[in-house]
Design a protein around this ligand. Structure first.
Ligand code: SF4
Ligand code: SF4
Length: 163
């Protein structure tokens, strides 16, 4: 396992440099990076423990859909309208986002208290295992500010392809 502190230090130190390199990704990288990125995704999820981090749950506001609200409300045995009133507000895109940050469902030990029914956006973050990576490369560069896994994936990718 990597030390999270050392990664965070590296992130602060090198982020702007990496960001500049990765911005060239669209022009320089091979078109189909999916297999390579998925393999790096596996590699760094093995090395970095999300339970030592939870930065996404502490700092980001996932967009939550109606289907997520319905699932959460059922799990928590409350009415959807009550759930929304208690935990959510609407953002400018019309998505629900948590009223508070860190996420109210994050426990002190970094476990998610609604893990089985967590929103789809939480399941999919940080998106390094999705198809057609080139469609989200800007988002991925942004996510490297928060997520040490994304950061390491991009660093290795940029080193390998000499960005
Ligand atoms: S920010 Fe990345 S490493 Fe940290 S908990 Fe979220 S997915 Fe895991
Ligand atoms: S619902 Fe769970 S996984 Fe999603 S942000 Fe909250 S604590 Fe994290």
């Amino acid at each position: 396992m990597f030390s999270l502190q050392s990664i965070q230090f590296q992130q602060e130190k090198q982020y702007s440099e990496v960001q500049a390199k990765i911005k060239k990704l669209k022009q320089k990288a091979p078109k189909n990076l999916d297999a390579e990125i998925h393999s790096l995704h596996e590699k760094y999820f093995e090395k970095i423990d999300c339970l030592e981090c939870a930065d996404c749950c502490k700092t980001l506001g996932p967009g939550v859909k109606d289907v997520d609200i319905a699932r959460l409300a059922k799990y928590l045995k409350i009415r959807p309208v009550q759930l929304v009133e208690q935990y959510f507000k609407l953002d400018s895109d019309g998505d629900y986002i948590f009223r508070e940050s860190p996420c109210p469902f994050l426990l002190p030990d970094n476990y998610c208290s609604v893990y089985e029914v967590r929103p789809i956006a939480c399941r999919e973050y940080p998106h390094t295992d999705r198809k057609k990576f080139e469609q989200i490369y800007k988002l991925t560069v942004k996510n490297a500010e928060t997520c040490p896994i994304v950061y390491e994936v991009l660093v290795e990718l940029s080193e390998k392809h000499h960005f």
